[in-house]
Write a protein that binds this ligand. Structure first.
Ligand code: PAF
Length: 283
């Protein structure tokens, strides 16, 4: 596995792969890799000859009061896991390589409307940081396919929209959310859950599944379902950030006639904010 910290040599190496007719798959990450990330590498491996993973904790997508400094940096451990998973290239730039003119002066990519809601509403500027860094990473790696986790459903939807709107020649693929035995979605932020909270945090996933069952049973009073789900999460002892029933593609509030619906929730534990989602297709 080759490790690159600079853009030029990585580009040269990948140019060689492309000239040899190889299809390139890409998994962007911020490191602190868990089994969920490794499943994205495996997913990229299935349909590509070469797999590239980036590890870059992107300051541009963190708000002033967010956890940039405490975000775990576990580079050597991440590389061991990537090598074992059959990753071919790791791209691990520093801030100067990615933002040579500083983050303030960096040209931005904005995907409006879709980023005003859900996580975008509670994390102003977050998605602008994501779309900007992902655009840069796409331009550096020039992948045929990029795989993003479904756990960050809004991020996946925003990247899909951005790639379509800007005619980016890359296929965006959704990787499945991996879960712990009780249903908790795997996340780098699960390390912030306290032992006392751990047995109860699965309530977010349980309330999402409960709401899906209500919708499958024919309920269309989405506002009321949302309120009831929020009450369940609050009764389990957590502050709800949002619980929303949305159209899967537009991320606008779902209408009674919508067939593809995604339910998304976010709640606060002591040291972090956890998110999860479940999608349902009605016929
Ligand atoms: O999902 C993440 O880890 C990040 O948002 C991403 C896509 C790597 C961009 O920094």
């Amino acid at each position: 596995m080759q490790i690159h910290h600079h853009i030029t040599p990585l580009r040269e190496a990948l140019r060689g792969e492309r000239l040899a007719g190889k299809r390139i798959g890409f998994v962007p990450t911020m490191g602190n890799l868990h089994r969920g990330h490794i499943s994205l590498i495996e997913r990229a491996r299935q349909s590509n000859d070469v797999v590239v993973c980036s590890i870059f904790v992107n300051g541009l997508q963190f708000g002033k009061n967010e956890d940039l400094d405490k975000y775990p940096r576990t580079f050597q451990d991440d590389c061991d896991k990537l090598a074992a998973a059959g990753c071919d290239y790791v791209f691990h730039p520093d801030d100067r390589e990615m933002y040579p003119n500083g983050m303030e002066a960096q040209t931005r990519v904005i995907c409006p409307v879709m980023t005003d809601v859900l996580c975008g509403a509670s994390r102003p500027g977050h998605f602008e940081g994501v779309t900007t860094v992902v655009t840069k990473l796409f331009n550096i790696v020039q992948p045929d396919e990029a795989v993003f986790g479904s756990k960050d459903y809004q991020q996946l939807a925003v990247i899909r929209r951005m790639a379509a709107d800007l005619c980016m020649p890359v296929q965006i693929t959704a990787g499945e959310t991996l879960r712990e035995a009780d249903g908790l979605a795997m996340s780098s932020r699960n390390g912030f859950i306290t032992p006392a909270e751990r047995p109860r945090v699965v309530q977010l996933n349980q309330s999402l599944n409960w709401a899906v069952d209500q919708i499958r049973a024919g309920r269309k009073d989405f506002d009321r379902i949302q309120r009831e789900a929020c009450q369940q999460i609050e009764q389990a002892g957590f502050k709800v950030d949002y619980f929303a029933i949305m159209n899967s593609d537009s991320l606008r509030p779902a209408a009674a006639e919508d067939q593809r619906i995604t339910l998304l929730g976010a709640m606060f534990v002591t040291g972090a904010r956890l998110i999860d989602n479940v999608s349902v297709t009605l016929s």
